[in-house]
Design a protein around this ligand. Structure first.
Ligand code: ADP
Ligand code: 5GP
Length: 201
């Protein structure tokens, strides 16, 4: 029989949102706040955007290295998005959870569902919504990172992702940044204090 103290003690907070919705902006604010949250830095084969730093925003790696990590079972989950591979390194997450730390993952909808399967009792899923598709388009354009064709593709995928929001524990609309951040912070504080074993899924 498993003892009550066995198993991971920390929680995994998973934030998903359609690309351009403001997930990175919100997660950076969370990490700067004193919430005792530790970021899981994903790996990706996508090239860095202006201002992005290797090891902070992502580990930017080659497709060959990514495939090696899949084969070596070093990833908790991985998905392809917009023609590039993205994945969560397993070891870093496991080490943090074992130490009782709460971990923040900023990953897509499919990845979120897979992590929940691995950690059904201590994952908290938060979906960040854009106030409208029109505003999402404005934000994608303001980021100046994608071509018009890529933006139109991101908007198409966004509609599919929004349709999955009911699978999440919380939905936060990122209309005004400060209000969305306040809500997100409240959720982290509330869930961070509750006992993982009381979550029943
Ligand atoms: P994501 O990580 O979800 O792709 P970003 O955090 O990169 O999105 O945000 C996309 C753009 O939208 C950025 O230019 C960011 O400054 C802007 N943005 C984020 N949240 C808001 C908000 N609440 N209101 C207006 N602009 C926002
Ligand atoms: P972007 O290129 O805009 O940074 O990210 C594109 C998409 O990939 C976003 O939906 C983002 O959440 C997702 N993503 C980033 N890292 C990971 C990851 O490690 N795993 C999965 N499944 N998705 C990720």
């Amino acid at each position: 029989m498993k003892s009550k103290t066995e198993g991971p003690k920390g929680k995994i907070f998973i934030v998903s949102a359609p690309s351009g919705c403001g997930k990175t902006t919100l997660c950076k604010k969370l990490l700067k706040d004193k919430l005792k949250l530790y970021q899981s830095v994903s790996i990706t084969t996508r090239p860095p955007r202006r201002g992005e730093r290797n090891g902070t925003d992502y580990f930017f790696i080659s497709a060959e290295e990514f495939i090696r990590m899949i084969d070596a079972k070093e990833l908790l989950e991985y998905e392809e998005n917009f023609g590039f591979l993205y994945g969560t390194p397993k070891r870093a997450v496991e080490d943090l959870l074992r130490k009782g730390r709460n971990v923040l993952l900023s990953i897509d909808v499919k990845g979120a569902m897979n992590v929940r399967k691995s950690y059904p009792h201590n994952s908290v899923l938060i979906f960040v919504m854009p106030p409208s598709m029109e505003e999402l388009k404005n934000r994608l354009e303001s980021r100046e990172a994608d071509t018009a064709k890529a933006i139109s593709n991101r908007l198409k995928v966004a509609k599919q992702e929004v349709a999955c929001k009911d699978n999440y524990d919380y939905v936060v609309v990122n209309d005004r940044l400060d209000a969305a951040y306040k809500r997100l912070r409240e959720i982290i504080l509330l869930e961070g204090e509750s006992d993982a074993r009381t979550r029943n899924r």
